[in-house]
Design a protein around this ligand. Sequence first.
Ligand SMILES: [Zn+2]
Length: 388
Amino acid sequence: MRRRVSILFLAAVMILVNIAAPVFAFVLPEGFVYVTDVIETALLDVRYYGNNNFIGTRIDGYEAPTAVLTEEAAAALKVAADILEEQGFYIKVFDAFRPQRAVDHFVRWAQDLDDQKMKELFYPDVDKSKLFELGYIAEKSGHSRGSTVDLTLVEIATGKELDMGSGFDFFGPISHHGTGLITKEQEANRNILRDAMVAAGFAIYPEEWWHYTLKDEPYPDQYFDFPVDIAPDLDEAVRRAIEQARTTMNQDFGGPFGAAIIDADGTILAVASNTVLRDHDPTAHAEVNAIRLAGQIKGTYDLSGCTIYATGYPCPMCLSAIIWANITEVVYGCRPEDAEEIGFRDDFIYRFIEDGRKDSTVLSIAEYGRDQCLELFREYSELEKVIY
Ligand SMILES: [Zn+2]
């Protein structure tokens, strides 16, 4: 609660001090590409973006469920994918470029011997204190050089993953190439992947059947640390937010305000506009309406990873709503002064907050009935509900 209030104040102060052009939009560094832009049939199961990995939580630096490689590695992977598709398989990528901050997260986790949440599934036979010694975790990973990929195969006819004898990131000898612990069929499946990858210019990693590094990698000594993220399609968001706002403003539903919420994977999740007049609802601003819609669609109040686009700089209420929704990226079209020009003002609200909410001509705030309310709070704290 405290933290949120202070963020709101910070936001309020920042807007008063400096409304600069937004520093926004993730851009992939030169020389890197999205795997799915090069290989349209590539399937993704980005394990470090979700919880199904050896740590059991999203890993630092994975901001979107996508896979990034150097241009050279992606081009070579395309060669392998073409070979494999002819044989009836699509590739499924678990991980590709991995930022250094993700590797740092692994290292931090490895040092915390108490956290063994995923032991059963990923390292049942390995003593966690030996992860460094045994080489499962290291301070640096070849993945951070951008030309290493972890992948498996999916049979096109059935849509099923091939049985490789052990799962991705299973720590143990069963994951080694040439292990005697798997069946002939499982070995044959691993070899289908290996033969295509080697033919395309990748080197195997003896300890992990899923891990391949481009032999002639373009950045053999560089470890990168940009996030795995996508640039949301802002042009589409702008177009749809404006279109929605224009429709409702011409129906006299509200002002020229539209908003679009873009999901972490870049799809536009919800588009809404200002409907204050139609709904007799002073809070029915475009951003609030969009957040409500997106929450219903996703079935959660938590819109982490989403970006919101608004046709006008969000008012203090909407900025707060955006923060409550765990959205951390806002992009806007018109500036506050543009809105003021056509009669919409909210600077007095910022000023009221910044001045410590003292101006009683804006709002009088008093305390009353605290004891009864504290009783209610105590009841709540005994329920062990989710705190959001
Ligand atoms: Zn608003």
